[in-house]
Design a protein around this ligand. Structure first.
Ligand code: PHE
Length: 452
Protein backbone atom coordinates (compact mmCIF):
# COMPACT_ATOMS: atom_id res chain seq x y z
CA UNK A 1 0.00 0.00 0.00
CA UNK A 2 2.31 2.68 1.21
CA UNK A 3 5.41 1.71 -0.74
CA UNK A 4 3.67 2.43 -4.05
CA UNK A 5 3.34 6.06 -3.04
CA UNK A 6 6.26 7.88 -4.64
CA UNK A 7 5.89 10.71 -2.15
CA UNK A 8 7.24 8.47 0.59
CA UNK A 9 10.84 8.51 -0.65
CA UNK A 10 13.88 6.53 0.51
CA UNK A 11 17.39 7.17 1.82
CA UNK A 12 20.07 7.70 -0.81
CA UNK A 13 22.82 5.92 1.11
CA UNK A 14 23.72 4.21 4.36
CA UNK A 15 25.68 7.24 5.49
CA UNK A 16 22.77 9.51 4.63
CA UNK A 17 20.48 7.45 6.83
CA UNK A 18 22.88 7.30 9.76
CA UNK A 19 23.46 11.04 9.65
CA UNK A 20 19.74 11.77 9.38
CA UNK A 21 18.89 9.44 12.28
CA UNK A 22 21.71 10.92 14.34
CA UNK A 23 20.42 14.35 13.33
CA UNK A 24 17.01 13.42 14.71
CA UNK A 25 18.52 12.16 17.94
CA UNK A 26 20.99 14.99 18.47
CA UNK A 27 19.26 18.22 19.37
CA UNK A 28 18.06 20.36 22.25
CA UNK A 29 17.77 17.07 24.13
CA UNK A 30 21.54 16.71 24.22
CA UNK A 31 22.68 20.28 24.46
CA UNK A 32 19.89 22.03 26.36
CA UNK A 33 18.07 19.31 28.32
CA UNK A 34 20.82 16.80 29.19
CA UNK A 35 22.90 19.32 31.19
CA UNK A 36 19.74 20.60 32.93
CA UNK A 37 18.68 17.08 33.92
CA UNK A 38 22.22 16.23 35.01
CA UNK A 39 22.38 19.33 37.14
CA UNK A 40 18.99 18.97 38.80
CA UNK A 41 19.53 15.25 39.41
CA UNK A 42 22.84 15.59 41.16
CA UNK A 43 25.55 15.10 38.55
CA UNK A 44 27.65 12.04 37.86
CA UNK A 45 25.32 9.43 39.43
CA UNK A 46 22.57 10.57 37.06
CA UNK A 47 25.00 10.35 34.15
CA UNK A 48 25.85 6.78 35.19
CA UNK A 49 22.17 5.70 35.24
CA UNK A 50 21.61 7.55 31.98
CA UNK A 51 24.38 5.57 30.27
CA UNK A 52 22.92 2.35 31.64
CA UNK A 53 19.46 3.28 30.26
CA UNK A 54 20.92 4.05 26.82
CA UNK A 55 22.83 0.79 26.67
CA UNK A 56 20.29 -1.64 28.14
CA UNK A 57 17.02 -0.05 26.99
CA UNK A 58 17.78 2.59 24.34
CA UNK A 59 19.82 0.46 21.94
CA UNK A 60 17.45 -2.56 21.90
CA UNK A 61 14.37 -0.31 21.57
CA UNK A 62 15.98 1.57 18.68
CA UNK A 63 16.70 -1.73 16.91
CA UNK A 64 13.05 -2.67 17.54
CA UNK A 65 11.70 0.58 16.08
CA UNK A 66 13.88 0.41 12.97
CA UNK A 67 12.84 -3.23 12.47
CA UNK A 68 9.12 -2.45 12.65
CA UNK A 69 9.60 0.51 10.34
CA UNK A 70 11.56 -1.35 7.69
CA UNK A 71 9.45 -4.47 7.66
CA UNK A 72 6.26 -2.48 7.09
CA UNK A 73 7.73 0.41 5.07
CA UNK A 74 5.20 2.49 6.87
CA UNK A 75 4.47 5.32 9.30
CA UNK A 76 3.82 4.34 12.96
CA UNK A 77 0.04 3.94 12.56
CA UNK A 78 0.36 2.03 9.28
CA UNK A 79 3.07 -0.18 10.79
CA UNK A 80 0.87 -1.40 13.64
CA UNK A 81 -2.09 -1.76 11.24
CA UNK A 82 -0.06 -3.98 8.94
CA UNK A 83 1.43 -6.21 11.60
CA UNK A 84 -1.79 -6.52 13.63
CA UNK A 85 -4.73 -5.80 11.32
CA UNK A 86 -8.12 -5.09 12.87
CA UNK A 87 -6.69 -4.66 16.32
CA UNK A 88 -6.34 -1.73 18.67
CA UNK A 89 -2.54 -1.70 18.38
CA UNK A 90 -2.76 1.13 15.86
CA UNK A 91 -3.61 3.34 18.83
CA UNK A 92 0.04 3.03 19.90
CA UNK A 93 1.06 4.41 16.50
CA UNK A 94 -1.52 7.17 16.76
CA UNK A 95 -0.17 8.13 20.18
CA UNK A 96 3.24 8.42 18.51
CA UNK A 97 1.93 10.75 15.80
CA UNK A 98 0.16 12.90 18.39
CA UNK A 99 3.28 12.93 20.55
CA UNK A 100 5.40 14.04 17.59
CA UNK A 101 3.05 16.95 16.93
CA UNK A 102 2.95 18.00 20.59
CA UNK A 103 6.72 17.78 21.16
CA UNK A 104 7.27 19.76 17.94
CA UNK A 105 4.89 22.49 19.08
CA UNK A 106 6.83 23.10 22.32
CA UNK A 107 10.31 22.29 21.01
CA UNK A 108 10.06 24.97 18.33
CA UNK A 109 9.45 27.56 21.05
CA UNK A 110 12.83 26.88 22.66
CA UNK A 111 14.41 26.58 19.22
CA UNK A 112 12.98 30.02 18.41
CA UNK A 113 14.79 31.47 21.43
CA UNK A 114 17.99 30.00 20.04
CA UNK A 115 17.46 32.02 16.85
CA UNK A 116 17.11 35.13 18.97
CA UNK A 117 20.36 34.30 20.76
CA UNK A 118 22.20 33.94 17.47
CA UNK A 119 21.01 37.47 16.79
CA UNK A 120 22.10 38.64 20.27
CA UNK A 121 25.53 37.12 19.69
CA UNK A 122 25.99 38.66 16.27
CA UNK A 123 24.92 42.10 17.44
CA UNK A 124 26.93 41.88 20.67
CA UNK A 125 23.79 42.58 22.74
CA UNK A 126 25.00 40.40 25.63
CA UNK A 127 28.63 41.48 25.54
CA UNK A 128 30.04 42.91 28.74
CA UNK A 129 26.84 42.41 30.76
CA UNK A 130 26.57 40.94 34.24
CA UNK A 131 24.75 37.65 34.75
CA UNK A 132 21.85 39.52 36.38
CA UNK A 133 21.49 41.68 33.30
CA UNK A 134 21.69 38.64 31.05
CA UNK A 135 19.04 36.95 33.19
CA UNK A 136 16.80 39.98 32.81
CA UNK A 137 17.31 39.96 29.04
CA UNK A 138 16.38 36.27 28.95
CA UNK A 139 13.21 36.84 30.99
CA UNK A 140 12.23 39.84 28.89
CA UNK A 141 12.71 38.06 25.59
CA UNK A 142 10.91 34.88 26.66
CA UNK A 143 8.01 36.99 27.98
CA UNK A 144 7.68 38.93 24.72
CA UNK A 145 4.67 37.16 23.19
CA UNK A 146 4.68 38.74 19.74
CA UNK A 147 8.37 38.18 19.23
CA UNK A 148 8.07 34.64 20.60
CA UNK A 149 5.34 33.86 18.09
CA UNK A 150 7.40 35.23 15.21
CA UNK A 151 10.48 33.18 16.25
CA UNK A 152 8.33 30.09 16.72
CA UNK A 153 6.84 30.62 13.27
CA UNK A 154 10.26 31.09 11.67
CA UNK A 155 11.53 27.83 13.16
CA UNK A 156 8.42 25.92 12.08
CA UNK A 157 8.81 27.40 8.58
CA UNK A 158 12.44 26.28 8.33
CA UNK A 159 11.38 22.78 9.39
CA UNK A 160 8.45 22.69 6.98
CA UNK A 161 10.52 23.76 3.99
CA UNK A 162 12.99 20.90 4.54
CA UNK A 163 10.29 18.28 5.15
CA UNK A 164 8.31 19.43 2.10
CA UNK A 165 11.51 18.86 0.09
CA UNK A 166 11.29 15.13 0.80
CA UNK A 167 13.42 12.48 2.40
CA UNK A 168 16.23 12.41 -0.11
CA UNK A 169 16.20 15.99 -1.32
CA UNK A 170 15.51 17.66 1.99
CA UNK A 171 16.30 15.76 5.14
CA UNK A 172 19.23 13.75 3.93
CA UNK A 173 20.95 16.58 2.12
CA UNK A 174 20.55 18.86 5.11
CA UNK A 175 21.85 16.33 7.64
CA UNK A 176 24.84 15.35 5.56
CA UNK A 177 26.59 18.63 5.98
CA UNK A 178 24.96 19.92 9.14
CA UNK A 179 26.03 17.10 11.45
CA UNK A 180 29.80 17.16 10.88
CA UNK A 181 29.80 20.95 11.34
CA UNK A 182 28.02 20.45 14.63
CA UNK A 183 30.60 17.99 15.91
CA UNK A 184 33.55 20.21 15.04
CA UNK A 185 31.98 23.24 16.76
CA UNK A 186 31.19 21.25 19.88
CA UNK A 187 34.70 19.86 20.25
CA UNK A 188 36.12 23.39 19.93
CA UNK A 189 33.83 24.68 22.68
CA UNK A 190 34.71 21.74 24.96
CA UNK A 191 38.41 22.40 24.54
CA UNK A 192 37.83 26.01 25.53
CA UNK A 193 35.67 25.08 28.51
CA UNK A 194 37.86 22.41 30.15
CA UNK A 195 40.91 24.68 30.00
CA UNK A 196 39.20 27.54 31.87
CA UNK A 197 40.46 28.38 35.39
CA UNK A 198 38.31 26.66 38.01
CA UNK A 199 37.04 24.06 35.56
CA UNK A 200 38.02 21.10 37.73
CA UNK A 201 35.13 21.52 40.19
CA UNK A 202 32.63 21.21 37.37
CA UNK A 203 34.45 18.23 35.91
CA UNK A 204 34.33 16.49 39.28
CA UNK A 205 30.58 17.19 39.70
CA UNK A 206 30.12 15.67 36.26
CA UNK A 207 32.37 12.62 36.68
CA UNK A 208 32.51 11.71 40.41
CA UNK A 209 29.29 9.87 41.22
CA UNK A 210 27.56 10.26 44.58
CA UNK A 211 25.23 7.27 44.54
CA UNK A 212 23.39 8.38 47.66
CA UNK A 213 21.64 10.85 45.34
CA UNK A 214 19.91 8.05 43.42
CA UNK A 215 16.16 7.47 43.80
CA UNK A 216 13.33 6.55 41.44
CA UNK A 217 12.65 10.13 40.41
CA UNK A 218 16.28 10.33 39.27
CA UNK A 219 16.03 6.98 37.47
CA UNK A 220 12.78 8.02 35.74
CA UNK A 221 14.48 11.25 34.74
CA UNK A 222 17.35 9.30 33.22
CA UNK A 223 15.05 6.92 31.37
CA UNK A 224 12.83 9.71 30.04
CA UNK A 225 15.89 11.70 29.02
CA UNK A 226 17.34 8.66 27.22
CA UNK A 227 14.17 8.18 25.17
CA UNK A 228 13.82 11.89 24.44
CA UNK A 229 17.44 12.22 23.42
CA UNK A 230 17.45 9.09 21.25
CA UNK A 231 14.12 10.08 19.61
CA UNK A 232 12.50 6.84 20.80
CA UNK A 233 9.00 5.90 21.88
CA UNK A 234 6.97 7.92 19.39
CA UNK A 235 7.75 6.35 16.06
CA UNK A 236 10.45 8.66 14.69
CA UNK A 237 12.73 5.66 14.24
CA UNK A 238 9.84 3.58 12.84
CA UNK A 239 9.39 6.30 10.23
CA UNK A 240 13.10 6.67 9.47
CA UNK A 241 13.45 2.86 9.38
CA UNK A 242 10.66 2.69 6.81
CA UNK A 243 12.91 4.42 4.28
CA UNK A 244 15.72 1.86 4.77
CA UNK A 245 16.78 -0.87 2.39
CA UNK A 246 16.64 -4.55 3.31
CA UNK A 247 20.42 -4.74 3.02
CA UNK A 248 20.90 -2.43 5.96
CA UNK A 249 22.33 -3.84 9.18
CA UNK A 250 19.79 -2.48 11.65
CA UNK A 251 21.65 -3.50 14.80
CA UNK A 252 24.86 -1.78 13.81
CA UNK A 253 23.01 1.30 12.50
CA UNK A 254 21.12 1.62 15.81
CA UNK A 255 24.31 1.15 17.82
CA UNK A 256 26.15 3.81 15.82
CA UNK A 257 23.29 6.30 16.19
CA UNK A 258 23.06 5.68 19.96
CA UNK A 259 26.83 6.07 20.34
CA UNK A 260 26.85 9.32 18.39
CA UNK A 261 23.92 10.75 20.33
CA UNK A 262 25.40 9.78 23.69
CA UNK A 263 28.81 11.07 22.67
CA UNK A 264 27.33 14.48 21.85
CA UNK A 265 25.41 14.62 25.16
CA UNK A 266 28.55 13.75 27.12
CA UNK A 267 30.48 16.40 25.18
CA UNK A 268 27.74 18.94 25.96
CA UNK A 269 28.28 18.20 29.66
CA UNK A 270 32.00 18.77 29.26
CA UNK A 271 31.21 22.06 27.58
CA UNK A 272 28.81 23.27 30.25
CA UNK A 273 29.87 22.03 33.71
CA UNK A 274 33.51 23.15 33.69
CA UNK A 275 32.45 26.53 32.33
CA UNK A 276 29.72 26.79 34.98
CA UNK A 277 32.10 26.11 37.85
CA UNK A 278 34.66 28.42 36.31
CA UNK A 279 32.41 31.42 36.95
CA UNK A 280 31.14 30.00 40.21
CA UNK A 281 27.56 29.56 38.98
CA UNK A 282 26.08 26.52 40.66
CA UNK A 283 22.37 27.15 41.17
CA UNK A 284 19.83 24.89 39.49
CA UNK A 285 19.07 27.16 36.59
CA UNK A 286 16.57 24.96 34.71
CA UNK A 287 15.57 26.09 31.21
CA UNK A 288 17.66 29.23 31.59
CA UNK A 289 20.93 27.28 31.87
CA UNK A 290 22.29 27.83 28.38
CA UNK A 291 20.51 31.15 27.84
CA UNK A 292 21.73 32.88 30.96
CA UNK A 293 24.91 31.22 32.10
CA UNK A 294 26.71 30.57 28.86
CA UNK A 295 26.54 34.13 27.49
CA UNK A 296 27.94 35.31 30.82
CA UNK A 297 30.69 32.72 30.62
CA UNK A 298 31.52 33.62 27.04
CA UNK A 299 31.74 37.24 28.08
CA UNK A 300 34.54 36.28 30.41
CA UNK A 301 36.76 34.31 28.08
CA UNK A 302 39.00 35.38 25.23
CA UNK A 303 37.21 35.27 21.87
CA UNK A 304 33.97 34.89 23.84
CA UNK A 305 31.72 36.61 21.30
CA UNK A 306 32.95 34.32 18.57
CA UNK A 307 32.44 31.19 20.68
CA UNK A 308 29.01 32.41 21.69
CA UNK A 309 27.85 32.90 18.12
CA UNK A 310 29.26 29.51 17.16
CA UNK A 311 27.52 27.88 20.10
CA UNK A 312 24.04 29.16 19.32
CA UNK A 313 24.40 28.40 15.61
CA UNK A 314 25.40 24.87 16.64
CA UNK A 315 22.32 24.46 18.82
CA UNK A 316 20.03 25.80 16.09
CA UNK A 317 21.45 23.31 13.59
CA UNK A 318 20.96 20.45 16.02
CA UNK A 319 17.41 21.54 16.84
CA UNK A 320 16.45 21.80 13.18
CA UNK A 321 17.46 18.24 12.32
CA UNK A 322 15.35 17.11 15.29
CA UNK A 323 12.24 19.14 14.44
CA UNK A 324 12.54 17.81 10.90
CA UNK A 325 12.14 14.26 12.24
CA UNK A 326 9.26 15.24 14.52
CA UNK A 327 7.32 16.76 11.62
CA UNK A 328 8.29 13.86 9.35
CA UNK A 329 6.50 11.38 11.62
CA UNK A 330 3.27 13.35 11.34
CA UNK A 331 3.70 13.99 7.60
CA UNK A 332 4.44 10.34 6.76
CA UNK A 333 1.19 9.40 8.48
CA UNK A 334 -0.83 11.73 6.26
CA UNK A 335 1.05 10.63 3.12
CA UNK A 336 0.55 6.91 3.80
CA UNK A 337 -2.82 6.78 5.46
CA UNK A 338 -4.64 9.79 4.07
CA UNK A 339 -3.01 9.82 0.63
CA UNK A 340 -1.97 13.46 0.92
CA UNK A 341 0.90 14.77 -1.18
CA UNK A 342 4.13 15.43 0.73
CA UNK A 343 3.84 19.16 0.15
CA UNK A 344 0.27 19.38 1.39
CA UNK A 345 1.02 17.22 4.44
CA UNK A 346 4.10 19.25 5.34
CA UNK A 347 2.46 22.67 5.02
CA UNK A 348 -0.84 21.77 6.71
CA UNK A 349 0.85 19.98 9.61
CA UNK A 350 3.57 22.60 9.96
CA UNK A 351 0.74 25.14 10.24
CA UNK A 352 -0.99 22.97 12.83
CA UNK A 353 2.21 22.72 14.89
CA UNK A 354 2.44 26.49 14.90
CA UNK A 355 -1.13 26.92 16.10
CA UNK A 356 -0.83 24.22 18.78
CA UNK A 357 2.42 25.83 19.92
CA UNK A 358 0.82 29.23 20.59
CA UNK A 359 -0.09 28.51 24.24
CA UNK A 360 3.39 27.08 24.84
CA UNK A 361 4.96 30.21 23.37
CA UNK A 362 2.83 32.45 25.55
CA UNK A 363 3.42 30.42 28.73
CA UNK A 364 6.85 31.90 29.38
CA UNK A 365 5.77 35.19 30.86
CA UNK A 366 3.54 36.65 28.13
CA UNK A 367 0.16 35.42 29.44
CA UNK A 368 0.10 35.02 33.20
CA UNK A 369 -2.51 32.25 33.41
CA UNK A 370 -0.58 30.10 30.92
CA UNK A 371 2.68 30.93 32.68
CA UNK A 372 1.50 29.94 36.13
CA UNK A 373 -0.04 26.80 34.63
CA UNK A 374 3.39 26.00 33.16
CA UNK A 375 1.86 25.02 29.83
CA UNK A 376 5.10 24.44 27.92
CA UNK A 377 6.70 22.43 30.73
CA UNK A 378 3.55 20.36 30.96
CA UNK A 379 3.76 19.54 27.24
CA UNK A 380 7.39 18.48 27.71
CA UNK A 381 6.57 16.27 30.71
CA UNK A 382 3.49 14.59 29.28
CA UNK A 383 4.69 14.13 25.73
CA UNK A 384 8.48 14.45 25.96
CA UNK A 385 8.75 12.01 28.84
CA UNK A 386 5.71 9.98 29.93
CA UNK A 387 4.29 9.31 26.47
CA UNK A 388 7.70 8.23 25.13
CA UNK A 389 8.25 5.77 27.97
CA UNK A 390 4.74 4.35 27.59
CA UNK A 391 5.15 4.16 23.79
CA UNK A 392 8.41 2.24 24.09
CA UNK A 393 6.88 -0.13 26.63
CA UNK A 394 3.96 -0.81 24.28
CA UNK A 395 6.35 -1.47 21.39
CA UNK A 396 8.33 -4.05 23.37
CA UNK A 397 5.14 -5.84 24.44
CA UNK A 398 3.85 -5.69 20.88
CA UNK A 399 6.97 -7.26 19.39
CA UNK A 400 7.39 -9.87 22.11
CA UNK A 401 3.81 -10.99 22.52
CA UNK A 402 1.85 -10.00 19.40
CA UNK A 403 3.96 -9.74 16.25
CA UNK A 404 6.51 -12.24 17.54
CA UNK A 405 10.24 -12.12 18.27
CA UNK A 406 10.79 -14.71 15.55
CA UNK A 407 9.35 -12.42 12.85
CA UNK A 408 11.39 -9.53 14.13
CA UNK A 409 14.59 -11.59 14.11
CA UNK A 410 13.84 -12.70 10.54
CA UNK A 411 13.59 -9.05 9.46
CA UNK A 412 16.79 -8.08 11.30
CA UNK A 413 18.68 -11.00 9.73
CA UNK A 414 17.87 -9.82 6.18
CA UNK A 415 20.70 -7.32 6.46
CA UNK A 416 22.62 -9.03 9.24
CA UNK A 417 22.49 -12.83 8.77
CA UNK A 418 24.51 -13.61 11.89
CA UNK A 419 23.08 -11.00 14.31
CA UNK A 420 25.42 -12.12 17.10
CA UNK A 421 23.42 -10.31 19.79
CA UNK A 422 20.13 -12.08 18.94
CA UNK A 423 19.80 -13.85 22.30
CA UNK A 424 20.58 -10.72 24.32
CA UNK A 425 18.22 -8.60 22.23
CA UNK A 426 15.43 -11.19 22.57
CA UNK A 427 15.86 -11.29 26.33
CA UNK A 428 15.84 -7.50 26.61
CA UNK A 429 12.75 -6.97 24.43
CA UNK A 430 10.78 -9.80 26.06
CA UNK A 431 11.70 -9.23 29.71
CA UNK A 432 14.48 -6.78 30.48
CA UNK A 433 13.13 -3.57 28.95
CA UNK A 434 9.40 -4.00 29.68
CA UNK A 435 9.98 -5.05 33.28
CA UNK A 436 12.44 -2.25 33.92
CA UNK A 437 10.10 0.33 32.36
CA UNK A 438 7.09 -0.93 34.33
CA UNK A 439 9.06 -0.91 37.57
CA UNK A 440 10.35 2.63 36.99
CA UNK A 441 6.92 3.97 35.97
CA UNK A 442 5.31 2.35 39.02
CA UNK A 443 7.89 3.60 41.47
CA UNK A 444 8.26 7.08 40.01
CA UNK A 445 4.66 7.99 39.12
CA UNK A 446 1.97 5.48 39.92
CA UNK A 447 2.73 4.34 43.48
CA UNK A 448 3.53 7.87 44.74
CA UNK A 449 0.20 9.06 43.32
CA UNK A 450 -1.61 6.49 45.47
CA UNK A 451 0.39 6.99 48.61
CA UNK A 452 -0.68 10.65 48.53
N1 PHE B 1 15.96 13.61 20.16
C1 PHE B 1 15.65 14.99 19.93
C2 PHE B 1 16.61 15.82 20.77
O1 PHE B 1 17.39 15.30 21.51
C3 PHE B 1 14.21 15.30 20.24
C4 PHE B 1 13.25 14.34 19.64
C5 PHE B 1 12.46 13.55 20.45
C6 PHE B 1 13.17 14.17 18.26
C7 PHE B 1 11.60 12.61 19.93
C8 PHE B 1 12.32 13.23 17.71
C9 PHE B 1 11.55 12.47 18.53
O2 PHE B 1 16.58 17.02 20.70
Amino acid sequence: MSTTNSDRGAWGSRLGFILAAAGSAIGLGNIWRFPIETETHGGAAFVFVYLLCVLAIGVPVMIAELTVGRTTGSNPVGAFKRLAPKSLWKVVGALGVLTGMMILSAYAVVAGWILKYIWFSLTGALAGRTSDEIGAIFSAQSANGTQGLVLHLVFILLTTVVVAGGVHGGIEKASKWLMPVLLVLLVLLCLRSVTLPGASKGISFYLNPDFSKLNFAVIMGALGQAFFSLSLGMGAMITYGSYLSKKENLASAATIVCLMDTGIAILAGFMIFPALSSVGANAALGPALIFVVLPHIFNNIPLGQLFQALFFILVAIAALTSTISLLEVVVSYFIDEKRWSRKKAAWVMGGAAFVIGIPSTLSNGAVSSLTSFGFMNMVFTWFGEISLVVGALALCIFIAYKWGIRNALEEIRLGNPKFPMAAVWTFLIKFGCPLAIIAILLKAYILPAFSG
